[in-house]
Design a protein around this ligand. Structure first.
Ligand code: HEC
Length: 112
């Protein structure tokens, strides 16, 4: 096999891996439901003056929200975030938070 063909194959393989990696990082939940669950459940403790302190999508960047839900520890690491709500609803909340994070294309500006 010639060197240039081997190089081309390696370049395509790298592109494929990169495409797969970026495709996998976008959460696939339902953003509209996520907004609803966030307001219903999370906001109870996460408004100004409440015991969890104010939290909005703008509290973190997209990467930080993703990392938060991978770790899935809540309240200073004291408990699993799944204690707050079931996995399926958390995926929706995660989608909402990531899609409207501080560095997202549509940062949340109303209805905090
Ligand atoms: C029963 C009250 C309560 C509910 C409901 C709640 N939280 Fe919290 N949360 C807390 C407390 C208490 C802390 C710790 C605050 C601190 O350490 O200053 C916290 C901390 C956090 C933090 C900061 C990082 C950390 O984990 O310490 C994030 C982010 C967070 N909560 C997200 C959420 C999300 C998302 C939901 C809804 C799925 C939620 N919380 C629901 C009480 C709550």
């Amino acid at each position: 096999m010639s060197k240039s063909i081997r190089f081309l194959i390696a370049a395509f393989a790298a592109l494929l891996v990169a495409a797969l990696l970026t495709a996998g990082t976008q959460p696939k939940g339902n953003e509209g439901k996520g907004r609803y669950y966030f307001r219903q459940a999370c906001k109870e403790c996460h408004t100004k003056g409440a015991k969890g302190g104010e939290i909005t999508p703008l509290t973190k960047t997209q990467a930080q929200w993703r990392a938060y839900f991978v770790k899935a520890k809540h309240a200073g690491g004291a408990e699993a975030i799944t204690k707050v709500m079931p996995d399926t609803q958390l995926l929706d909340v995660q989608t909402y938070l990531v899609n409207h994070a501080a560095d997202s294309p549509q940062p949340e500006t109303c209805g905090k």
